[in-house]
Design a protein. Structure first.
Length: 151
């Protein structure tokens, strides 16, 4: 088991949802800590606040791309390929996860577990695959999660 997968499991055991886990891993990769950010993405779990809508792994993955390639201050500009990166992640999620589970909504993926707000065992695999794909997208755009420029 990789350190990242072990850390995902550990965060899950601490009660964090899929989106929070992805952002916490992204912050840890840069040596950062931001409880406000983790708190902010808590509403994405369970498909937007346990409404069953868009899977929190996908929305969390998009937020993770934003953490590394988005705009955070008036002086900054987002990466010139940021929206293309988001599009790549969304298309991958639809083609891989959506095809495997009958859609990209949490309700389609975990079904009845949504009613009891129970994280389904499938979720760990989806979060892990989404994290790996997000890292791949960042790296292919010369963005290192450790913070150094890959170009």
């Amino acid at each position: 088991m990789s350190n990242e997968v072990f850390r995902m499991f550990e965060l899950h055991q601490q009660g964090f949802n899929c989106s929070q886990i992805l952002l916490e891993l992204g912050l840890e990769a840069r040596g950062a800590n931001n409880p406000d950010l983790i708190r902010a993405v808590s509403g994405l779990g369970g498909g937007l606040g346990w409404s069953g809508k868009t899977c929190g792994a996908l929305t969390g993955g998009v937020c993770l791309l934003g953490l590394y390639a988005g705009r955070g201050t008036p002086e900054e500009e987002e990466h010139n390929r940021f929206l293309l990166m988001v599009d790549e992640l969304v298309n991958w999620f639809e083609d891989v996860i959506g095809a495997a589970y009958g859609g990209i909504n949490c309700e389609e993926i975990i079904g009845d577990d949504l009613k009891t707000k129970t994280i389904n065992p499938k979720c760990g695999n989806i979060v892990s695959a989404t994290y790996d794909k997000t890292k791949e997208i960042l790296e292919s755009n010369n963005i290192s999660m450790a913070g150094e420029n890959l170009a």
